[in-house]
Design a binder for this molecule. Structure first.
Ligand code: ZN
Length: 165
C-alpha cells in the first residue's frame, strides 16, 4: 500500500519496514522535505519512553520527535539523503523517481549511551551496525563528513574533545 502525502515523497514498504520514496527525480543538493516535530531532552524522552534509539538527535541532549513523512526515513550506510543544519532532508546525490530515500543515522548520533542497531542496508559501505558517530572507524567518519554531511553539534563536540580522549 502506498500512502500519498501531498508532498514530493510517498511512504511505502522499504528497506526496514516503512520507508520514504521520491515522488520525482532530485538533483544532488536539492531539498526534499523539511523535518519538524517537538523537541525534548533525553530525560524527558525517558519519561515518555522513547529513548534510546528512536528520535532524531539535533543537539547534545536535544531530540526531535519527528513527524511523518520523515519519521519513516530508513538508515543506509551509503545514503542518498542527508540532513542539513537547518533540518531539511536533502539529496546528497542524484535520486531517481521511485527510489527509497535514506540517511545515515550515525550522522546525527552522539550520545553517552551505547545504543546500537543492526544494519541490513546491504550497500557496499555497510558497517553492519548503526552507532554513534564517534564510534565509527575514521574512514567512515571521513566519508560522512565529505560526502553526506554530519550534524554541526557533532562536529563541534568532537573538535572540543581533548586529543586521545
Ligand atoms: Zn548498512
Amino acid at each position: 500500500m502506498v500512502q500519498e502525502l501531498g508532498m514530493a515523497v510517498y511512504v511505502a514498504p522499504g528497506l526496514a519496514g516503512t520507508g520514504v520514496f521520491a515522488d520525482r527525480a532530485y538533483g544532488r543538493g536539492e531539498q526534499i522535505i523539511g523535518i519538524d516535530g517537538p523537541v525534548h531532552s533525553g530525560a524527558e524522552l525517558d519519561l515518555i519512553g522513547f529513548r534510546p534509539g528512536y528520535p532524531l538527535q539535533i543537539d547534545l541532549d536535544r531530540y526531535m520527535l519527528v513527524e511523518a513523512p520523515f519519521v519513516y526515513c530508513n538508515h543506509s550506510c551509503d545514503p542518498n539523503g542527508g540532513i542539513t543544519p537547518d533540518l531539511k532532508l536533502v539529496a546528497v546525490r542524484d535520486i531517481a523517481a521511485g527510489e527509497e530515500i535514506c540517511f545515515d543515522y550515525s550522522s546525527t548520533m552522539l550520545e553517552d549511551n551505547a545504543w546500537t542497531m543492526e544494519c541490513g542496508c546491504k550497500t557496499a559501505r555497510c558497517r553492519g551496525r548503526v552507532e554513534d558517530f564517534d564510534r565509527l572507524p575514521p574512514d567512515d567518519q571521513r566519508y560522512l563528513l565529505d560526502h553526506v554531511g554530519v550534524m554541526p553539534f557533532i562536529v563541534r563536540a568532537l573538535a572540543a574533545r581533548p586529543a586521545n580522549a
